[in-house]
Write a protein that binds this ligand. Structure first.
Ligand code: BGC
Length: 515
């Protein structure tokens, strides 16, 4: 089938070494960087559906919500300022990821993580103490800066530490932590919503400090990756680290590839200008399109606004939080599924299967809502019917998380050559944040105008992105990171962008006809 070129790991390169406890430990610690991102995604929706929070900061929305209970269900939360609360974070993260690129490259992955955790901590304190909308929004911007730094460094760190044949599993630890963060946030919202006196929202926002402390303290103890040590001109330290993480002295070949990668990287003074070169066209395309597609799948409509969505469907207060806890649970389980299948099935199979599952369930959700609420948005949903909607939403969420969710971070982090890795990852983070922002900002307005058609809209994107993977994304499972050029060179489309002189590696390329 078109698009499936892989380096045959049976006949190609495989470095010696095993999965050491040390690697597992460092990767678990580094993955906790995902907690801050997840906590934030999960907390906003619940907080913005709490009446005391709305009354204090967004009284207009509160009045609108009361008035809407008998009229148009699609429009009750449509308010720009409320959306700015949710989305300001993503703009800050977008900008921060460019600064993070320089820190990650020049000082190492570890310092980026530390900076991320610490800034997030300050943001959490400001939010928990917020007296007015300005404090809320400035606090969220600091959270955003933290996320920009963490998402820039953590996925790359994990992919570099992991042995090639387990890179998918260890990297998806990041997605697992994101989803644990989301679930924890949803459970916390469920609990704080019951706090008397109307301060539950404050507890929810302040508790963001917990994951922030975890990654900040964790990062203090993390070693840097051999790749980063090498890139920064410490070959001996790089060699020592490689020995330690692979648990063997037989690291000659992997080390030689790092030296080769470093030689190229030394010649590159301007990663930002370099990434535009023809030979990096494949990587640049993926750096932009993978995060873009991840977001236009519509997932964050569910994550941010699940409680709002469930209320719209007729669940009241508690029930809506409970339903979003369900989707949070599915997210966590789905990430585990992905961790244990990604290095065996490969990335492409998960993308294609997940895409099909998302498509079917989105069409089902759109249609179920259309039948009850039509275009007027006026209607009621019987319990059993609403349960069917929730069920399809869960099927959709599962399909997303083990495909685009996990792989949307894994694949970009593993495909860039060392000399443009930090710059490439920044592009991925910023595109991701930009479209997370666009969706967060636009969703409530889109729901109000496009109504149930919104679900068909996202389904349309799922068709496009699944076709894109089928045609243009080669399989990267088991391929050592500093050998990745071979994958593009063996691809029916991308090979035309890479000249023989661009490939300094040796290795065996075979066409994968089955993928
Ligand atoms: C995405 C987020 C999403 C999360 C959980 C991540 O991979 O980047 O936007 O909210 O998965 O669904």
């Amino acid at each position: 089938m078109a698009g499936g070129a892989i380096v045959d790991t049976a006949g190609g390169k495989q470095y010696p070494g095993k999965l050491t406890l040390y690697v597992v430990f460092t990767c678990v610690v580094a993955s906790t960087g995902g907690l801050i991102f997840g906590y934030d995604i999960g907390i906003s929706g619940g907080v913005t559906s709490m009446d005391p929070f709305l009354l204090k900061f967004f009284p207009e929305v509160y009045r609108q919500k009361q008035a809407a209970s008998k009229s148009n269900q699609y429009c009750q939360y449509d308010n720009q300022l409320l959306q700015a609360f949710t989305s300001s974070l993503y703009l800050a993260a977008l900008v921060a990821s460019f600064f993070a690129s320089a820190v990650t490259r020049i000082l190492g992955r570890k310092w980026s993580m530390l900076a991320g955790g610490f800034t997030f901590l300050v943001g959490a304190a400001l939010n928990g103490a917020a007296q007015n909308v300005a404090m809320l929004i400035v606090g969220r911007m600091l959270l955003g800066v933290g996320i920009g730094f963490a998402n820039q460094s953590v996925p790359v760190y994990l992919s570099e530490m992991a042995p090639a044949h387990l890179r998918g599993m260890l990297n998806i630890g990041f997605q697992l932590m994101i989803t644990i963060g989301i679930l924890a946030a949803e459970l916390i919202n469920y609990g704080t919503n019951k706090i008397k006196g109307g301060h539950g929202w404050r507890v929810s926002l302040a508790l963001a400090a917990v994951p922030a402390v975890i990654i900040t303290v964790g990062a203090l103890f993390l070693p840097d990756t051999p790749n980063s040590l090498m890139e920064r001109g410490h070959p001996e330290a790089s060699r020592r680290m490689l020995r330690r993480i692979r648990g063997t002295d037989d690291i000659g070949e992997e080390y030689a590839d790092l030296v080769a990668a470093r030689e190229i990287s030394k010649q590159v003074q301007h990663p930002w200008r370099n990434i535009l070169m023809r030979k990096y066209r494949a990587q640049l395309t993926m750096a932009v399109l993978i995060p873009f597609f991840q977001q236009v799948s519509g997932i964050n409509v569910i994550n941010f606004y699940a409680p709002v969505l469930f209320e719209t469907l007729g669940f009241k207060g508690d029930a809506s939080l409970l339903s979003s806890v369900m989707t949070g649970g599915v997210l966590v389980l789905g990430s585990v599924v992905s961790m244990f299948t990604v290095d065996r099935l490969g990335r492409r199979k998960l993308f294609l299967q997940g895409g099909a599952q998302m498509l079917v369930s989105q069409i089902a959700v759109g249609t179920l809502i259309a039948v009850r609420f039509g275009t007027s948005g006026v209607g009621e949903m019987p319990r059993g019917y609403a349960a069917a909607v929730v069920l399809f939403i869960c099927v959709y969420v599962a399909g997303f998380v083990w495909s685009w969710g996990a792989l949307g971070w894994l694949v970009p982090s593993e495909i860039f050559p060392l000399e443009i890795r930090s710059a490439g990852q920044s592009i991925t983070v910023s595109v991701n944040m930009l479209f997370t922002f666009v969706i967060a900002q636009a969703f409530l307005t889109m729901l109000c105008h496009m109504k149930f058609g919104l679900f068909y809209f996202f389904a349309g994107w799922v068709v496009i992105m699944t076709a894109f993977v089928a045609l243009f994304l080669p399989e990267t499972k088991n391929v050592p990171m500093e050998e990745m050029v071979l994958v593009w060179k063996g691809h029916w489309f991308w090979s035309r962008f890479i000249g023989d002189a661009d490939d300094i590696h040796t290795g065996k390329i075979v066409m994968d006809r089955g993928a």
